[in-house]
Write a protein that binds this ligand. Sequence first.
Ligand SMILES: [Ca+2]
Ligand SMILES: [Ca+2]
Ligand SMILES: [Ca+2]
Ligand SMILES: [Ca+2]
Length: 261
Amino acid sequence: MRKTKLFFVPLVLAALFVWTGVPTTGQAVERSERPDRPDRSAPAAAQEEITLHTTNHSSKKFGGALCNVFSSHPFFMWLTPFSWCGTPEPEPEPEPEPDVDHLLITEVYYDVDDAHGTETANEWVEIYNSTGADIDLTGWTIEDANGSADSLGTSTIPTGGFAIIAEDDTTATFWAWPAETVVILVGATIGNALGNAGDALYLKNSLEEIVDSVSWDSSTAAFDPSVPGVPEGSSIARDPLTTDTNTAADWIELETPNPGE
Ligand SMILES: [Ca+2]
Ligand SMILES: [Ca+2]
Ligand SMILES: [Ca+2]
Ligand SMILES: [Ca+2]
């Protein structure tokens, strides 16, 4: 009689095991275990999620099917992080965020020293294309705090490329910028010239929208506080090159300006 009672113990335990393992409403067990039967009503991103989950699940070290049963069972799933199911594959690294998606003013040489020409003819502005596409500058302008705008011609800045905006080609004789630098000569002062005590620059696209801007020293036209003024011969430069918070924090002084890089 005692043996008969004991005979039922494993049966009861087995029944309890099965009962507690039955999925309830809301558990996506079938979808996650059946990649051959994707839910066609699900959006593409959700389908990808399902596939990814299944791949990670089946990659566990201990024989796939048995491990899947135990790791999804309420009685045993708490054991799986450190037991025989092994370590799931790490989640893939997220794609890096694209760099700033617009052209940037990255350096301004507004206070010319004797070693690099004369005021105001040899002032220059550097712009950088951090986007993933070449940009045609047709219709674009650069404008200063005085509201004087200069056309940027019809040049194209390749992705990852720099351009130097200057009055004329004498500026190139004072600097050794990389050969691939796009040079844009505006034929006159940039704006009404770049003020040594403060000024601003606005880069505008062909729709006359401001794409980027900076102001320095006494001018808070672009943002306040402005980038602190620098001594003659230094430039102000964006650092890091592809950070744009529209604040002075994006900018540093360069005692050795580096046009085109
Ligand atoms: Ca100047
Ligand atoms: Ca000016
Ligand atoms: Ca900006
Ligand atoms: Ca530079």
